[in-house]
Write a protein that binds this ligand. Sequence first.
Ligand code: LAN
Length: 762
Amino acid sequence: MWKFISAGTTGGPLLRSLNGNKGRQTWEYDPAAGTPEQRAEAERLREEFTANKDKHHHSGDELLRLQSAERIRAKKHSPPSGPVPDAPDAERVEEHLKGGISFYECLQQEDGHFPGDYGGPMFLLPGLVIALYTCGVLDQIFSPAHKREALRYLANHQNGDGGFGLHIEGGSTMFGTGLNYVMARLLGLGPEEELCVRAREWMHARGGATYITSWGKFWLAVLGVYSWDGMNPLTPEMWLLPHSKWTGIGMLHPGRFWCHCRMVYLPMSYVYGKRGTCQETPLTAAIRQELYPMPYGKIDWNAARNQCAKEDLYYPHPLVQDVLWWALYKAENVLQGSWLRRLALAECMKHIHYEDENTRYVDIGPVNKVINMLACWLEEPGGKAFQKHLPRVHDYLWVAEDGLKMQGYNGSQLWDTSFAVQAIAEAGLLPVSARCLRKAHEYVEQSQVVEEAAAPLSAYYRHISKGAWPFSSRDHGWPISDCSSEGLKAALTLALLPEELVGPAISPERLQDCVNVILSYQNADGGMATYENTRSFHWLEILNPAETFGDIIVDYSYVECTSACITALCSFRRQHPEHRRAEIAASLRRAEAFIRSIQRKDGSWYGSWGVCFTYACWFGATGLAALGHTYANDEALRRCCSFLVDKQRADGGWGESYLSCQEKVYSQLEGESHVVNTAWAMLALMAVGYHKVDPEPLRRGAVFLMRMQRPSGDWPQQHISGVFNRNCMITYANYRNIFPIWALGHFRRLVLLGEEEISIHS
Ligand code: LAN
């Protein structure tokens, strides 16, 4: 049976951690683990998922829940049975809250964090499998049980037309289909198996794998089933450009790109510059023939460079790119093997090693993790750096009833735990939640980044980190504006509660360090971006070569990040009014102006990291509300409320489709409403005092949330809730618990008990 392990140490002496692996999430297969009943239940859950896979693409993290079955059975509170009345009183809501909190607590780990599935994208696991195969360690990392679950995942997420999407809920794309086809073959499926036949037909009907996106071309070239000549160049020499702005050309230096973009293209350009390719095997030779409708030898590679299936094309290349890539393509004849290439490759490797060491080999994300590992292997097969990468592969894998997947990060631990703290503490039911808050407090304390990355930061284009919070774990360690803000708010919330109940507060000095980081994030436009300041201009997006992703080159100011910084600074100011008083006030004024400037005419905000307008309205509204603006005194907030109220549905909830993100137009879900969207909309409305004008939409929303709650206290996993780069969706498995608790908690106190504001007290 598969076992989830928190803070596990498997990986031997090469696994390094700053805090005893707190937050590390791994899954291990132990055939003897669990009782026969539990193993049968796991099987039943898998079958149930597969039986419904065409209706429900999203798994419900049931194996994680199964592991907590004992605790769930023994927990004290459950939501009341019987129909939810149309006008529930405070007591009734309280019972639902207690049931929800008690259930959620059962998922909490010893190190205090709340684990959860962070899958969704379908292009990650194939890259990993290709890299492991290339490095000759696939069988070392993937046991037969891993392979079985990975193949289960593939079978579960193949679309009805035979193709695979960019993410679990998306229509088929060449990127998804080409890569997942190759993965199926590397994991042992024969070309005549139905899954392969159908996927191949999908590809061949659209011209074959030369129509895959540029990132797909990269992976196929690594495996040796696509020619490097069929790729637009990933010239590593770009790392040798001058960085200073005044040079002009310095604007093109990768050090100015969004860190995720920069960190992916860094090892990609190393591998490209070296033409790092898997040794040919009978299997790769066979795959080579299977991917294309024409013989491999007949492919026009120069033409293939710019081919892309229409299903994949979210950001079509502008003409300048064609010209630029053509010039660089020609330049390859001179650059390959030259001293300049050697210099450029050495420079890339220097940055790769820095990133690996400063993240304890977790790396910033799933794509650079795998390509950095491959680059280390190409530099020195079997070397120390490569060996240190291997145990950290497991940090990215997750197992659920739909199979084994690669996650979009090494988890969302700190993010979820910080939200959970706020949601649970704000429900005001300390006797039921003190133990859980105490443990979460430990995790928040343990995952703050307390020192800078290795010096000199500027040589590695790194922002400051001391005092920040990361998205996942301390070992990952990259600082993020809104994760720092949510971490700070969680710490400040806990500081208001009695130490004997929730443990000792984090010291004011450490909170001040966080404020320092938050202030440093403010951009010239007043807003905050994700990991760094905005370092270049929007026009640089014309160089975005990744056809499937939008807005990947620049770290922009976002409503989510800016609002999180505002609410964190406001909470901090309440408890420490004298600290950097004038600077905080000035920063808040500029951040407010930014948020107002990007509100849409219809009153909404567009969400870049969650689905979508309901998510961003929650941030926009809470940001302005923290600054004292309300429905009663602010026209912008009245517009936001009418936008939201207008989207409420007949069942009392809100339900927004991921298509909102892609199309940037509000898009209703088909079928029933979504508990997470409902909670976001309710939290936005209550933050600005809409309930004082009309409590009715909130009552209907609350009833919807209570009716959706399961007898266990859990909520169902519905459609996918997260997004990145406009077009790719990502799972946030904890949201279904956190946000209904948060919204019902506010509803009970603000609407039913008539409290003026949510104050934290014991
Ligand atoms: C994340 C996850 C967290 C997320 C929030 C903190 C929620 C957000 O408010 C700011 C942006 C951030 C940090 C974020 C950015 C993009 C990430 C890193 C991801 C969505 C997780 C995976 C994604 C990453 C880019 C996936 C790899 C794909 C590429 C195109 C490089």
